[in-house]
Every structure is written in structure tokens, then in C-alpha cells.
Design a protein around this ligand. Structure first.
Ligand SMILES: CC(C)(COP(=O)(O)OP(=O)(O)OC[C@H]1O[C@@H](n2cnc3c(N)ncnc32)[C@H](O)[C@@H]1OP(=O)(O)O)[C@@H](O)C(=O)NCCC(=O)NCCS
Length: 171
């Protein structure tokens, strides 16, 4: 898979492109850094991420950034992953580097996960999201996810409640 999205040039931004591709073991150092930046004390370690990447039914992807005005490296600026248990897909994680948030990378990642869920024949996509995570709640509801439950103190050590959200695919 190799999906790209181009943004239009505006007065205050250079033209750029995000590309979604499979996550590789060589990306893990960068992902660990982003995890710490995005999730603080709740961040996954290198070992946890490596285990996830090689786990049964897991599918992890990366979003890379390209500045279209120059030839240079394409840094990883986002990542996401899912677990398919043979019936439903659980979104395990999604994150976009703070400097790249609000520019469409998160939407591309979630879209790719949902497309993969359809492809493998999942009946639904489930996820947990902190009750105060406005950006993620907006993003998921745009895709049609609905709140189906509340999990008390789901996020540790922050002690934060989470909504369980569900998107039915078998309709
Ligand atoms: C949640 C997250 C992945 C979204 O990624 P993103 O690249 O910033 O999102 P996008 O630019 O693709 O925006 C898609 C939609 O998300 C919502 N959104 C994004 N940023 C938002 C913000 N600051 N406030 C409210 N809604 C926001 C909007 O619905 C937006 O749609 P719009 O452009 O039509 O308004 C990103 O903010 C992030 O990494 N947050 C920290 C980690 C995290 O909370 N992960 C989710 C765990 S469940």
C-alpha cells in the first residue's frame, strides 16, 4: 500500500505531501520518541512496540512528510496500528507529531486502518479514547464512530476515563 495526499499551497505554508506506508522495525526509535512526546507517562516502550509490530493480526502504518519544494528526507510524522482478532478490528494507537497535527495526517491514517478492516472482513472497528481528547473524538465521529461504553480509569498512570467507540462495517 502507498497512499498519498497533497495539500494546496497557501501564503503561510509550503506545498507538502503525506504518504501512508507500512511501519518498519527501523522506524521504532522514531515512534518511541513520538510516543513519549504525545502520551508522556502512558507511552509504550520500544519493547512493547516491537512486540505489537510482530504480533498476530497486527497491522501498523506510518505517515511520512515530504516538503515538495525540496529534495530531502521524508521523516516519519505519524503512525497508527490495529489488531484484527478474526472478527473485529481494535485500533491500538494513532499519533501525529505535534508540528504536523491539524493538517490531515491523522485522517489519512484512520482512513487507511478502516480500509484495511474492510479488506480483512472485520464486522466492526473498536477503539478507546480519553474522554477529554477533543481532537480525537472529533476525528472518530467524522468517520461515523459512535460511543458505546465508558471505561473508568482506563488510562494509567493518568487515571483517565475512556469512551469505547464503535464503527459497524457489516451493513
Ligand atoms: C488525534 C490526532 C491523531 C489527530 O491527528 P491530526 O493529524 O491532528 O488530525 P487531522 O489534521 O487529520 O484532522 C482530522 C480531524 O480531527 C479533528 N481535529 C484535529 N485536530 C483537532 C483539534 N485541535 N481540535 C478539534 N478537532 C481536531 C477534526 O475533526 C479534524 O477534521 P477537520 O479538519 O475537518 O476539522 C492527533 O491530534 C494526535 O496525535 N493527538 C495526540 C495523540 C492522541 O491523542 N492520539 C489518539 C489516541 S485515542
Amino acid at each position: 500500500m502507498n497512499e498519498t495526499q497533497e495539500a494546496t499551497e497557501t501564503a503561510d505554508t509550503v506545498p507538502f505531501r503525506y504518504t501512508v506506508r507500512p511501519l518498519r522495525a527501523s522506524d521504532l526509535d522514531r515512534v518511541v520518541g513520538l510516543e513519549r512526546e504525545l502520551f508522556g507517562a502512558g507511552a509504550w516502550s520500544y519493547g512493547m512496540l516491537a512486540e505489537e509490530l510482530g504480533g498476530k493480526g497486527r497491522w501498523y502504518i506510518a505517515a511520512t512528510y515530504r516538503d515538495l519544494t525540496s529534495i530531502g528526507p521524508e521523516p516519519l510524522v505519524g503512525y497508527a496500528g490495529l489488531w484484527f482478532d478474526g472478527e473485529v478490528v481494535q485500533i491500538m494507537t494513532v499519533g501525529v507529531a505535534p508540528g504536523h497535527q491539524g493538517r490531515g495526517a491523522g485522517r489519512m491514517l484512520i482512513k487507511a486502518l478502516i480500509e484495511h478492516a474492510r479488506k480483512v472482513g472485520a464486522t466492526a472497528v473498536l477503539l478507546e479514547v480519553a474522554v477529554n481528547n477533543e481532537a480525537a473524538l472529533h476525528l472518530y465521529s467524522e468517520f461515523g464512530f459512535e460511543q458505546v461504553g465508558l471505561r473508568k480509569r482506563y488510562y494509567q498512570p493518568e487515571n483517565l476515563d475512556a469512551y469505547t467507540m464503535r464503527l459497524n462495517l457489516a451493513e
